[in-house]
Write a protein that binds this ligand. Structure first.
Ligand SMILES: [Zn+2]
Length: 238
């Protein structure tokens, strides 16, 4: 059974690599267009190239990584147009989530949401931004869960994965966390009042890219992507 054990070990290593790279992409540590260095990953995880390739295949199937013939693997690129398209859909879907959650949320879930909101109130200074961003994702996930609609959840997951690399960047652009936090408060109030239409509208506005934010996003996105593409070109040439 030696062979089987080896195989299991390799698969576990591949799963660890998938998780690590996925987290890096979601956190904006690895940027769209950036080359994924297979030998560096093999070294970091102390494994051969086989589980690394297995991991890359899986990440490609998830849509997070592009494989290019003779050039290697790259963090999936997203165009600005695509980002705006996805945000439009996302605003509608998250609005729908809030509407359904208003009707379907259990009391215990409402309390958990209110507790989370209270915790986030203490994280509005720029120093706490990372923690706030993490909890913001949890806030939205709680409403997705409370909507109790598997199809909606799947569509949202698809959208979120598509813009995963910029989600963090877009959160960084929220100049005033107090505004975003106040909107969460309004969503909670609408849910408590049983006002599904208001919950839907406020959530839709909360998720939409605001005009000034969109302009900043374009600027920052171009800078980051150029930096990522240049460093990838350097790595490829090396
Ligand atoms: Zn939010």
């Amino acid at each position: 059974m030696q062979i089987r054990n080896e195989g299991e070990k390799r698969t576990r290593a591949a799963a660890d690599i998938v998780t690590a790279v996925e987290q890096d992409i979601l956190a904006g540590v690895r940027l769209p267009g950036e080359r994924i260095d297979e030998s560096a990953l093999a070294e970091t995880f102390n494994v051969s190239r086989t589980p690394v390739r297995e991991a890359i295949l899986e990440l490609a199937a998830m849509g997070l990584v592009d494989q290019r013939a003779h050039r290697g693997a790259f963090v999936a690129d997203v165009t600005l147009e695509e980002i705006f398209d996805v945000y439009e859909v996302l605003a509608e879907l998250e609005g729908l989530c809030a509407r359904l959650a208003t009707r379907r949320m259990e009391a215990v879930e409402r309390r958990a949401l209110a507790d989370l909101h209270a915790e986030m109130a203490g994280l509005l200074s720029p120093d706490d931004r990372d923690r706030y961003i993490a909890l913001d994702m949890r806030f939205h996930d709680m409403l997705i869960a409370a909507a109790r609609n598997a199809a909606l959840k799947d569509h949202l997951a698809l959208c979120l994965r598509r813009i995963a690399p910029v989600r963090r960047t877009s959160m960084e652009l929220v100049r005033d966390m107090r505004l975003a936090h106040a909107e969460h408060g309004e969503i909670i109030a609408a849910i408590s009042a049983g006002d599904a239409a208001a919950a839907e509208r406020i959530m839709g506005e909360h998720v939409s890219l605001r005009a000034e934010q969109a302009k900043d996003l374009i600027a920052r996105w171009k800078t980051r992507r150029n930096a990522a593409t240049q460093s990838s070109a350097g790595q490829a040439a090396a």
